[in-house]
Write a protein that binds this ligand. Structure first.
Ligand SMILES: [Zn+2]
Length: 477
């Protein structure tokens, strides 16, 4: 039997069901009220990271799950920063599905918040607070899905595993890395869904849905120029700052080669279909493979849509500079730090060699600086998750059903915890609720000083999340 019909064939109420019966029918009005309750409770907890104090949120989630009869495991490297894992058993016909959200949030500057950052105030159709779109939305949606599966006694082809992780915003060693290194058996799965995608609304209308299937690898390179120190009144050709400046200019003038993967090729081709002709022309040009056409499109993207230009290549951005300590002393050393976002299949050593060749100056050293730190000392790097998988098709169908729009498989230029899971063999997909594209520039986006979510979109996201889990993990016959 097709899974899509499962919900129609098994109909009874979610509550007060005789033992053994199951149902996927849901009273959405009641679910919305309960979603709001859990969401507000979680947003009201200050789980700022650093310093990180996710325990109240972890305890809350644990209690909600246990009250429902869902067994919970706690994994904590630091007692005040626990990770919560819960599992609903399936028949084992298919390998498990992992759904996750993080309990920590980035810091706030309380002075800048009209609605206090941990108020979860409702105003004008929005809910305000740190974490409303990063990531207590995903956390709450995944929690609600677990409750509904359990209450409906829904037969499953695969285990559904829930993870509320700590430390996503900068302490992966106590969060995802710890759970993977020490308790991987508890979260090992075929697929996972987490933050990292979203549905973009423009002028109040849905424009497209982004589903993250891969991400660039964050990395850092230090350029260090060295030369003899001296008196500033006697300029030297070996001046470290002068050499470093030329090196930085050479690196930023250079454009690393363009390379597409399955995700970015599908992204630009689908985006072209839903974009005005002027933009669509450039997206299609990127796909032609013709060097001159691609270069012209790339030049346009670099100027007008820098995020899209970054999706085409390993990118380099000089973001910190140090050198010299007084005006009349020629410094013996100067340093620039490059933020490097590598394509997933980039070879780091080869890339570093290319950088050295571009700089072409023996007095300037180029070295990896170990950023961002990981427990292994190696950069996080997970392969692309397939856009042909069952999990991706299920998401696409749910996008069509709930948002009536195009799904764009997306490579994030930024990093998420999914890279660690992908590296362990899970196929992971980033999803998220609908947000207004106008909200970011107005200062209402993730990590901003007035983070907010449209209440109706939180509820639609729960329904969307429920459908994808039901259709991927629910019994197919
Ligand atoms: Zn997040």
């Amino acid at each position: 039997m097709n899974r899509w019909w499962l919900g129609l064939l098994i109909v009874c109420t979610v509550t007060a069901r005789p033992a053994g019966q199951s149902s996927t029918a849901v009273d959405w009005t009641a679910v919305e009220a309960e979603t709001l309750r859990h969401f507000q409770a979680l947003v009201r907890m200050d789980t700022s990271d650093p310093p990180g104090g996710e325990k109240p949120a972890a305890d809350y989630v644990k209690n909600v799950l246990e009250r429902e009869g869902i067994p919970v495991e706690i994994f904590a490297l630091e007692a005040h920063r626990p990770n919560v894992v819960a599992r609903l058993k399936g028949s084992g016909r298919k390998r498990p599905l992992l759904i996750l959200g993080h309990t920590d949030v980035v810091n706030v500057d309380p002075k800048k918040w009209t609605h206090p950052a941990f108020s979860a105030d409702r105003d004008g159709g929005y809910i305000y607070g740190r974490g409303t779109v990063d990531d207590k939305d995903n956390l709450t949606a995944a929690l609600m899905v677990m409750l509904l599966l359990k209450r409906g006694n829904v037969p499953l082809d695969r285990d559904v595993i829930f993870l509320a992780e700590a430390g996503e915003e900068g302490a992966t060693k106590i969060g995802i890395e710890y759970v993977i290194n020490e308790h991987f058996g508890a979260i090992d799965a075929e697929y996972c869904y987490a933050e990292g995608g979203n549905v973009t609304r423009e002028r109040g209308a849905v424009r497209f849905a982004s589903v993250q299937t891969v991400e660039k690898i964050p990395n850092g390179i230090d350029l260090i120029a060295r030369g003899p120190a001296g008196h500033g009144s006697v300029p030297l050709m070996t001046n470290a700052i002068a050499h470093l400046s030329k090196a930085v200019a050479a690196v930023t003038d250079w454009q690393p080669p363009i390379e597409l993967n399955d995700t970015t090729a599908a992204y630009f081709s689908r985006l072209a279909e839903i974009s005005p002709p002027e933009q669509a022309r450039h997206y299609r040009a990127v796909l032609t493979g013709d060097a001159k056409t691609v270069a012209a499109a790339d030049a346009w993207l670099r100027e007008n849509e820098p995020r899209h230009a970054s999706m085409l290549r390993t990118s380099v951005s000089p973001n910190m500079i140090q050198g010299g300590y007084r005006q009349n002393v020629i410094p013996s050393e100067a340093k620039v730090t490059l933020d490097v976002r590598m394509l997933p299949d980039e070879n780091p050593e080869r890339f570093l060699a290319q950088i050295k060749k571009v700089i072409n100056d023996q007095s300037v050293e180029a070295v990896f600086n170990g950023w961002p730190p990981t427990t292994t000392g190696k950069p996080r790097n997970g392969p692309e998750s397939s856009i042909k998988s069952e999990a991706f098709k299920v998401i696409e169908a749910a996008v069509t059903k709930h948002y009536q729009t195009t799904t764009l498989p997306t490579m994030s230029t930024g990093a998420s915890d999914m890279a660690f899971l992908r590296a362990k063999g899970l196929q992971c997909y980033g999803v998220g609720p609908a947000t207004d594209v106008e909200d970011g520039p107005k200062g209402f986006g993730a990590h901003s000083d007035q983070e907010r979510i449209l209440e109706t979109e939180l509820y639609r996201f729960v329904r969307f999340h429920w459908d994808i889990v039901l259709n991927l993990a629910g019994r197919s016959q």
